[in-house]
Design a protein around this ligand. Structure first.
Ligand code: NAD
Length: 396
């Protein structure tokens, strides 16, 4: 099959196995070029493990800490005339390379919000490893099915209080436009908290504690985002921000629950990056294009893999105590939020037009990163070659 990108509405519906393989190899090479992380975890469960921050966490765990990993994700394999999703290829390549490196890995494809997947995971831990010593929670999902009633709740990306009009970038055409988002209802807020807040993270930790599969001193981390004042109306002060506040508070109750095994729970606030989740948020692609330009010029740009390596090596392990802000959050968005970076972006924001976009924004960098998520536009890959679209993977 000759595979080309199929893009609609900020999503790409095809993926290229060879490009995904190169992306995984590059991330592994980065971690292997850095110092091994001391006192790292030995057996890590990553929930949301197939793309973005979750896959980077799996790679840093396996190749930076020499850990065995269990990855949970929701992906699809190839069917007649249709490629597998990028996360499926990423995982197949990760598993192969991690096994070659002498580390065990198990992958579970299914709905992490369900009781069934939690039970399956616990059974797997008991059978194969005994106990785990780190749990990374990295899910980004537009919906969540209540595990007991089967009711489906959808999250929304809406401002709270009043409607909001913002500049936005169509990165396919390179055109700037305005988008108006209606104010969220109370129900929108509640549903978004239900999907992207901390309840499911807490349910995972409760289930793992109850089954006695968390090792003494186990660490759990979930990922959050704050971002600049510019995107507050749609992000931090909007429905998704409420969910992130809930997630951040959940770290406090988990800290109490984990005290009995001397464990610890943190939220890490990460940098804005092009991932499947972030490209769908209005205003965020424009902000990220400006951010990339500013951070690349200052030589402080990072991708998920650099971010997670820094999280593990400077905060969680290597004998370090995590440095936290007033709300007890780890801030690896520190370089994104640097005053010089943010001042530059807010000074430019109002001046951006279709005519000057290439002067101020790293539009090409944004596009390249977007296509790379799906294994396209990766240097050295022959896109005219006939490839087998089946992801070669044994799923639990
Ligand atoms: P992503 O879209 O790349 O990855 C999401 C992962 O969740 C995938 O592995 C997917 O398979 C999995 N998933 C989704 N629904 C699932 C389900 N029901 N069951 C099992 N797995 C499921 O997203 P990302 O950008 O890496 O985001 C991960 C976390 O990092 C999110 O909490 C996000 O808010 C946070 N974060 C992202 C950014 C950013 O700019 N991308 C910045 C800071 C924090």
């Amino acid at each position: 099959m000759i595979i080309k990108p199929v893009v609609r509405n900020y999503m790409c519906f095809s993926a290229h196995p060879d490009g995904c393989r190169k992306n995984i190899i590059e991330q592994i090479d980065y971690v292997q070029s850095k110092k091994k992380i001391e006192n790292g975890p030995k057996n890590v469960l990553i929930i949301g493990a197939s793309t973005g921050y979750g896959m980077a966490s799996r790679i840093v765990s396996a190749f930076g800490c020499n850990a065995n990993t269990i990855g949970i994700f929701f992906e699809r394999n190839a069917e007649e005339g249709r490629t597998a999703s990028a996360g499926m290829y990423n995982t197949a390549h990760f598993e192969e390379l991690s096994t070659k490196n002498g580390k065990k890995s198990w992958s579970i494809n299914g709905d992490a919000f369900s009781n069934d997947i939690k039970n399956k995971t616990i059974a797997l831990i008991k059978e194969k490893i005994g106990k785990i010593d780190a749990v990374i929670y990295s899910i980004a999902s537009p919906k969540r099915t209540n595990p007991d009633t089967g009711e489906v709740f959808a999250s929304t990306l809406k401002p709270i209080g009043k409607e909001y009009t913002t500049k936005t970038l169509n990165f396919s055409t390179g055109k700037i436009g305005d988008v108006t988002l209606p104010a969220a209802t109370e129900e929108d807020i509640e549903k978004t908290i239900y999907v992207m807040g901390g309840e499911d993270w807490e349910m995972w930790i409760d289930a793992l504690l109850k089954a006695d599969v968390l090792d003494a001193n186990a660490t759990t981390v979930a990922y959050s985002y704050i971002g600049p004042v510019l995107t507050y109306p749609i992000y931090r002060d909007g429905t998704i921000g409420r969910a992130k506040e809930h997630l951040e508070k959940t770290a406090f109750s988990l800290t109490e629950k984990l005290a009995k095994i001397n464990g610890r729970a943190f939220v890490s606030v990460n940098k804005a990056l092009v991932t499947q989740a972030s490209s769908a948020i209005p205003a965020v692609p424009l902000y990220i294009s400006l951010l990339y330009k500013s951070m690349k010029e200052k030589n402080i740009h990072e991708d998920c893999i650099q971010q997670v390596y820094r999280l593990y090596s400077e905060h969680l392990y290597n004998g370090n105590t995590p440095k936290v802000d007033n709300e007890k959050r780890i801030r690896i968005d520190d370089w994104e939020m640097r005053e010089d970076v943010q001042k530059e972006i807010s000074a430019i924001w109002d001046q951006i037009t279709d005519d000057n976009i290439r002067t101020f924004c790293d539009l090409d960098g944004y596009r390249k990163d977007f296509f790379r998520l799906f294994g396209f536009d990766v240097d050295g890959v022959d896109y005219e070659k006939d490839v087998d679209p089946t992801a070669n993977i044994t799923l639990i």
